[in-house]
Write a protein that binds this ligand. Structure first.
Ligand code: FE
Length: 203
C-alpha cells in the first residue's frame, strides 16, 4: 500500500453513500443543500472537535502530551478516536522557534480521525503546489504572519503517515478548564495555517 495516496478511491462505502444520497434527493426526502450543510458541519465543527479535545488535553497533561508526540496514533486512540485504516499519525509540536504546516502534495490525505473531512482549500491544486514552495506567502494569505526567525517546516502526508499540528497554547489561558481550551482550537491551527485563538478572540 506504500506510495498509494488513496488506498480505496472508490470504496464500496463511498459508492453506496452516493447511491443513497441520490435516492434520497430523488424521493424528495432530502435536498442537496441539506446534505451540503451536513458535510460542512463535518468539515468545520463536528470533525475537528476530536482534534481539539486531543490538543486541549495535551496542553493540560504533560504526560499525555509526551505520549501524543511519541506515538500519535496510540495517544489519539486512547481518547477513543481511532484510525481504522491504520495510518500512522504523527503529531508535530509548534513552538516559538518552529512552525509546522501540513499538506498532501499528491492528493488530499488528511488526518480525518481527528479532523473530520478536509476543507476545499486543502484539496486545491493551488494550496498543494504552493505551500511547499512559498509557505510563508501562503500562510500570510491565511492571515498568519510569522517572524523571519521562525523556521517553517512543511510536512507532506500520504496514505501511510498523516500529520496533525499541536499548536502553541495561547497566552492568558492559565487555569482555563479543558472544555474552554477546546474552544480555542480550530481546524486550521491543527493544520498549521493558523494559530490557536486567544481567549479574547473567542470572546
Ligand atoms: Fe493524498
Amino acid at each position: 500500500m506504500s506510495g498509494q495516496h488513496h488506498p480505496e478511491p472508490e470504496s464500496y462505502a463511498a459508492i453506496r453513500t452516493k447511491a443513497i444520497e441520490s435516492l434520497l434527493i430523488e424521493k424528495g426526502l432530502f435536498t442537496g443543500d441539506a446534505i451540503d450543510a451536513k458535510v460542512q458541519a463535518f468539515e468545520n465543527d463536528i470533525g475537528p472537535m476530536n482534534g481539539a479535545k486531543v490538543v486541549a488535553r495535551a496542553w493540560l497533561d504533560s504526560g499525555y502530551r509526551k505520549r501524543l508526540l511519541t506515538n500519535g496514533r496510540e495517544a489519539i486512540s486512547e481518547m477513543g478516536f481511532a484510525d481504522t485504516q491504520g495510518a500512522e499519525l504523527v503529531v508535530l509540536e509548534n513552538s516559538p522557534a518552529v512552525h509546522h504546516v501540513v499538506v498532501c502534495t499528491l492528493c488530499s490525505c488528511y488526518p480525518w480521525s481527528v479532523l473530520g473531512l478536509p476543507p476545499t482549500w486543502y484539496k486545491s491544486h493551488a494550496y498543494r503546489s504552493r505551500v511547499v514552495i512559498e509557505p510563508r506567502k501562503v500562510l500570510k494569505e491565511f492571515g498568519l504572519e510569522l517572524d523571519d526567525s521562525v523556521e517553517v517546516r512543511v510536512w507532506d502526508s500520504n496514505s501511510d503517515i498523516r500529520y496533525m499540528v499541536l499548536p502553541e497554547r495561547p497566552d492568558g489561558t492559565e487555569g482555563m478548564p479543558e472544555e474552554k481550551l477546546v474552544e480555542l482550537v480550530s481546524r486550521d491551527c491543527m493544520l498549521g495555517v493558523a494559530k490557536a485563538k486567544t481567549p479574547t478572540q473567542v470572546g
